[in-house]
Design a binder for this molecule. Sequence first.
Ligand code: GLC
Length: 431
Amino acid sequence: MRKYLLLVLALVLVVSFTAVGFAQDKTEITVAAGSVGKELELTQKAAQMYMEENPDVKVNVLSTPDLANDRLGLYLQFLEAKSPKVDVYQVDVIWPGDLAQHFIDLNEYGAEKVADNHFQEIVQNNTVNGRLVAIPWFTDAGLLYYRTDLLEKYDRKVPETWSELQETAKYIMEEERAAGNPDFYGYVWQGNAYEGLTCDALEWVFSNGGGTIVSPDKKITINNEKAIEAIDMAAGWVGDISPTGVTGMGEEDARKMWEAGNALFMRNWPYAYTLGNADTSQIKGKFDVAPLPAGDSGSSAATLGGWNLSVSKYSEHPEAAADFALFLASEKVQKMRAIEGSFNPTIKSLYQDEEVLEAVPFFGKLYEVFTNAVARPSTATAPKYNQASEIFFQGVHSVLTGESDATTAVQYMELDLKDLLGYETGEPRQP
Ligand code: GLC
């Protein structure tokens, strides 16, 4: 028995030393990635796929906060300290201009060969002073989620204007409450004071002819009647068709309420589609998506969102990190993420892929929404977009909570944006 124990012990030692030996030989890289919905699970799956193909590399996945501003705060701690702890960053479409100085030029690591397959607007967005600082990973656009069963039950159509949305939301909400669901609301969206509110509010304002806060030719345009009207309209929803608590909601809060069956409409990104149809969702098979309603300008507007992959200048393994980033952004991984998580590819050909279209039919049906989405003014305000956006969402939030009125709020936004950017005022850009 003793002999046997000694043998086992010897074996364990050999195995663990070998493991350490292997671990030391491996190049270890870390990717900072999102955890919204199925994001983390799918990034871990892709990392596993990569490690199987590249046994000499170990990939760690670092989960980061859900709200874009919190995530940026964490990234800045690493980047400003020039830390090599994170090699690959999942970067919001609005950040390349603000963060470019911290990232390598991926064209020097093979991205040139694949960049043409991606949407060119995103490649351009990610090219700062001729350097490709991020490879596109998935794109996003704001969508209207609606309950097909309830619209049918009450014989209503999918709203095409904000006034129709308001009217239908109010009517069905009251009927459903009377029928015994006191927690039912008409419309949930992103009303917390963070980047998500900038996205939602840009949709209200732009669809009403109120422009893009700062125009592409660097004029501050937010102080206008159409913008005031649009922000006032949304403030009117709070505590009416939307819960008072909507002013504290991010994407995931809205999604949870929606999946519990407590909302008729939701504004969210495409990722909520797969999750809404999961077995855990109360509304599986009872919803669909459409373009967001139009305002007085007659056009529906979806804010352009999305995420990209950048390699840190402070990485100790830029070659391996860039190779992994290009793998994540490759057709194979984008296809897997489209099918399993309804994450929109940035590779054009995947919108014609039968398996993708079968899993997520609206990628084909709403293709125009994705290609015509309205960009936030991140290029026009770089490298100060984050501060400019904060001025906007804080101002809008103060109107939603009733601390300010929209006329005063846009005046302050204009003044603060002038101080920050030093730009002149101008006429809003029209759709
Ligand atoms: C989504 C979008 C991103 C946006 C964020 C705001 O993740 O893809 O671009 O900044 O939502 O909450």
